[in-house]
Design a protein around this ligand. Structure first.
Ligand code: NAD
Ligand code: UD1
Length: 337
């Protein structure tokens, strides 16, 4: 059975490819490499001892995608391809709307042409907006705080409308919480360009000496230690959620929505302390003003995914910290030599 993985050279996509290959799927990857390196594909092949069919292609390029569907008997699509930097989306909204939304519409049109009607889509906990109703359940109202978040909400809506119009579609919307960690081999991982926006890559680059000091954004939040609380989830657990969702698509029509999180909230200081203990390293940090747009506390109620998909996160925060550092230590410049 062939699975097309859009954005498969990226962080979550590459980890999902490992699990797909290990589970016996044939994997076809489509990626324009705008935020990734083709080296990740070679590393995935090395980890698994199996081959990936890779196409450098854009989801805005319908003819390029038609060629992929013609050359491969695709059964389902896992759709990771998209831009994901919140700040950049505020500065360049049209780039985000075109890439993420127009790109997804092009992909769906080509899928329709080839009668491929199963999709797992990368949504985000960002669709819950600025709520403080934790733990977050899938039935809560949604809203967006940024053009990036807006693209996730709009794509969820587009996919829902599509499934209403054509009962043959089976669609899984997976709302990720905060993915961190890396494959235990230390050979694939998150590869942010420039200075990282997200907490874990910032911590690992402070640990490696690439960055001098972590700024903790806010220590006056109404949390146990004043710093923001998030649901960090190991990327391998997250990847596994995609395989479980894919299984479910074989027996379910319409749209299903699941949170992929651990259900446990860690503060920024918890994560810094866990990282220091797991790796026996010191992280230099200071407190800085709150980052505009940050929610105070965000963690999942993951019980729906457990009940309906038979999925739950297994890896601990120690695994997350150890594996993130292992990747950074082995690859100080990511995939760049
Ligand atoms: P990533 O940037 O590592 O991977 C995305 C991949 O998509 C990259 O390889 C990039 O080159 C590719 N891509 C982007 N636009 C494309 C286009 N037009 N055509 C073809 N390929 C294109 O990001 P990731 O962290 O692996 O995220 C994967 C998905 O999960 C994204 O949709 C992201 O919005 C979503 N998500 C990520 C997080 C997170 O914290 N990492 C959280 C929630 C949701
Ligand atoms: C951010 C995005 C979110 C996106 C997610 C995954 C914003 C406002 N939100 O979520 O839409 O889905 O990334 O890509 O950008 N922190 C620091 N110092 C840092 C970096 C972060 O203290 O240098 C803190 C933040 O204030 C927050 C926590 O660490 O409390 C996690 O931050 P981050 O990793 O950026 O993720 P989110 O803000 O949850």
């Amino acid at each position: 059975m062939s699975i097309l993985v859009t954005g498969g050279a990226g962080y979550i996509g590459s980890h999902t490819c490992v699990l797909l290959l290990e589970a016996g799927y044939d994997v076809v990857v489509l990626d324009n490499l705008s935020n990734s390196s083709p080296k990740s594909i070679g590393r995935v092949e090395k980890i698994t001892g199996k081959k990936i069919k890779f196409y450098e292609c854009d989801i805005l390029d319908k003819n390029g995608m038609r060629k992929i569907f013609k050359e491969n008997d695709i059964d389902a699509v896992i759709h990771f391809a998209g831009l994901k930097a919140v700040g950049e989306s505020v500065a360049q909204p049209l780039k985000y709307y075109e890439n993420n939304i127009s790109g997804t519409v092009c992909l769906l049109e080509v899928m329709n042409e080839f009668n491929v009607k199963k999709m797992v889509f990368s949504s985000s906990a960002t669709v819950y907006g600025m709520t403080d109703k934790v733990p977050l359940t899938e039935d809560l109202p949604t809203s967006a705080n940024s053009p990036y978040g807006q693209t996730k909400l709009m794509i969820e809506q587009i996919l829902t409308d599509l499934a209403v119009s054509d009962k043959e579609w089976s669609i899984s919307l997976l709302r990720y919480f905060n993915p961190v960690g890396a494959h235990e081999s230390g050979s694939i991982g998150e590869n942010p360009k420039g200075i990282p926006n997200n907490l874990m890559p910032y911590i690992t680059q402070v640990a490696s000496g690439k960055l001098e000091q972590l700024s903790i954004f806010g220590n006056d939040y109404p949390t146990k230690d004043g710093t923001g609380v998030r649901d960090y989830i190991h990327v391998v657990d997250l990847a596994d959620g995609h395989l479980k969702a894919l299984d479910k698509l074989n027996t379910t029509k319409g749209v299903m929505i699941h949170n992929l999180g651990t259900g446990v909230g860690y503060s920024v200081l918890d994560l810094v302390n866990a990282f220091q203990e797991a790796n026996n390293l010191k992280i230099n940090y200071k407190f800085a003003p709150r980052r505009p747009g940050d929610v105070v506390t965000c963690y999942a109620d993951p019980s729906k995914a457990k009940k309906e998909l038979g999925w739950e996160a297994k890896k601990s925060v120690v695994d997350m910290c150890r594996d993130s550092w292992n990747w950074q230590k082995n690859n100080p410049n990511g995939y760049d030599d």
